[in-house]
Design a protein. Structure first.
Length: 210
């Protein structure tokens, strides 16, 4: 079944994204903005979690309330830039497990090269959220999700801050059963595989290695 592609147009996300794009934004501010945008994105991406009714004793009586119905979540960042989105996600879901997939893009071929994969042992019992700030060619996301699918999780969602049409199409074609959430859909990729207008190299800007 084909899943959804959702561009998150919430005013807070769009405002923070505008500052994130600015080439003059400092490393400290950039890192904090990625964290804040990620938290807002997770808020929306978990909107469909199932709920169940419980009774809670308040100081003034009994209240009928709702809690999440026992779902186990896992966040899996694509190293290294995807790590920048994890803290924001864990702020909202501190009980979630965290896996890591290491992939870099060969600068000559623009193809993904995997060098590390460590996932929770009970990944098959969890709903997985894969994070990477940029969806450019889509190669890294496609390969990371392929690795996760080998472990048969309950579901997979992909979260990025900015996507290029080429990457979106590649991911949708390879994994039509994965929901995709992004804050901005940009124009195209340049000859080096960078998103235009984009925001530069997210990993370099998060960690100050630009």
């Amino acid at each position: 079944m084909e899943r959804t592609i959702k561009i998150l147009d919430h005013p807070l996300i769009q405002h923070k994204l505008s500052i994130l794009r600015d080439k003059n934004t400092s490393t400290k501010d950039f890192r904090e903005l990625v964290n804040e945008i990620s938290m807002l994105m997770i808020y929306d991406a978990t909107r469909d979690l199932p709920m169940e009714d419980i009774c809670v004793e308040t100081p003034c009586g009994t209240a009928r309330c709702k809690i999440i119905a026992g779902r186990k979540l896992a966040f899996v960042p694509i190293l290294r830039a995807g790590l920048g989105m994890v803290d924001g996600a864990l702020n909202l879901v501190p009980s979630a497990r965290v896996g890591h997939i290491g992939i870099y893009r060969d600068e000559q071929t623009l193809k993904p090269v995997e060098y590390y994969c460590k996932l929770p042992k009970d990944i098959g019992e969890r709903d997985v959220f894969v994070t990477d700030p940029m969806l450019a060619t889509g190669g890294s996301a496609v390969d990371a999700i392929r690795q996760i699918k080998l472990r048969c999780p309950k579901s997979i969602k992909f979260l990025c801050i900015i996507a290029a049409p080429e990457g979106l199409e590649a991911l949708k074609k390879a994994h039509c059963d994965v929901d995709i959430y992004c804050a901005g859909l940009d124009d195209h990729l340049n000859e080096k595989g960078y998103i235009v207008p984009g925001l530069g190299d997210a990993g370099d800007r998060i960690y100050g290695t630009k």
